[in-house]
Design a protein around this ligand. Sequence first.
Ligand code: COS
Length: 386
Amino acid sequence: MYYNLSEEEEMIREVARTLAEEKIKPLREEMDRKSYFPPEIREEFGKSDLLRVFIPEEYEGLGMGFMGTALATEEISIVDGGVGTAYSANGLGATPIILFGSEEQKRKYLPPTASGEKWAAFALTEPDAGSDAGNVQLRADKEGDYYILNGNKVFITNGGLADYYVVIVATDRKKGIRGLSAVIVEKDTEGFTFGKEEDKMGIRAAPTRELVFSDCKVPRENLLRREGFGFMIAMKTFDRTRAGVAAQAVGIAQGALTEAISYANVRKQFGKRIGEFQAIQIKLAEMATKVEAARALTYLAARYIDSGATTISKISSQAKLFASDVAMQVTIEAVQVFGGYGYMRDYPVEKMMRDAKITQIYEGTSEIQKLVIANELLKEDLRKKK
Ligand code: COS
């Protein structure tokens, strides 16, 4: 209530909460154990309005922006960080098209994304291009009306699950980051296959695959905006979607906090509920305060992005940095509250702890977020001095 959510925002939160509790929770343990994203969950998303949230109204979406998306992501991640990741990565894949797509590209890809007929993914990372995002080597050579792609991408969330991929490629390797471009590649394109499926520590419901391009012919009309814009498209996308990772982190932390509180009210030691001990009370108070602070910063970032402000890099990175640290700290403490039981797979908190770790790593490590924040601080000061 204290975040002044609109009726529509409350509604979408409720839709996400219900789907998470009723459809995702019963499969949570199995998805984690077997490391897979079940088709029935994809179907449930399609039946709900959750995939419409981040798509503009003109393209059959709800146009609820990053605030609506953050709320849905948080609710899903409270129950399962892996499904929360797959949902977010779908939004990550669609975002460059929303921001930089031509009218034709938007008409082609956004309505089927809104309905759940098509899922999206974003592919930047390569074996030698992680934090150094500008070092993309995947070649895209012009040949008539096509780009010919050769190379690979690794650690791609929704790899295999997604129907289209926004891929950052090198159209001119001599030009460094100014020679990078973004192209849309559809799943069944000749020369595009899937390689290694990663066996991960956490977020195991979300598929993570290698993408392999071997003389893959992509129509030139699939280029986003112009050649040379790839790095900027990636950065402007992350400026928004890093707030989405923050929302995942808030969800994971809230999930662990809720479990810890509930356990503290039933677990007895020394003849008392452990929640009666100050040692546990202090932990719960600290955990809850951190979660609320992370949520407040995340919602602030989402609202600021939705306001149309152009200087959003700093707040988005701050939200991700803070919320991902909170997710790690709170899930570790939740395991501690559960004691030995927390270490066992019979309870969900050990999984939450494993799920939390990635939020400090993907879409830019915490160290990279600090560089982005510091750069923005210094630039702001220089602007003031001009
Ligand atoms: N919006 C618009 N332009 C941006 C930008 C942003 N958010 N961030 C950088 N740029 C521009 C800069 O203005 C600069 O342009 P000029 O050369 O015209 O001045 C250019 O891009 C290069 O910027 P910079 O020199 O800061 O680039 P670096 O190679 O040093 O990289 C970091 C900057 C480290 C911040 C970037 O590579 C990054 O975010 N890395 C992490 C990538 C990541 O998140 N990977 C995980 C993928 S998981 S999906």
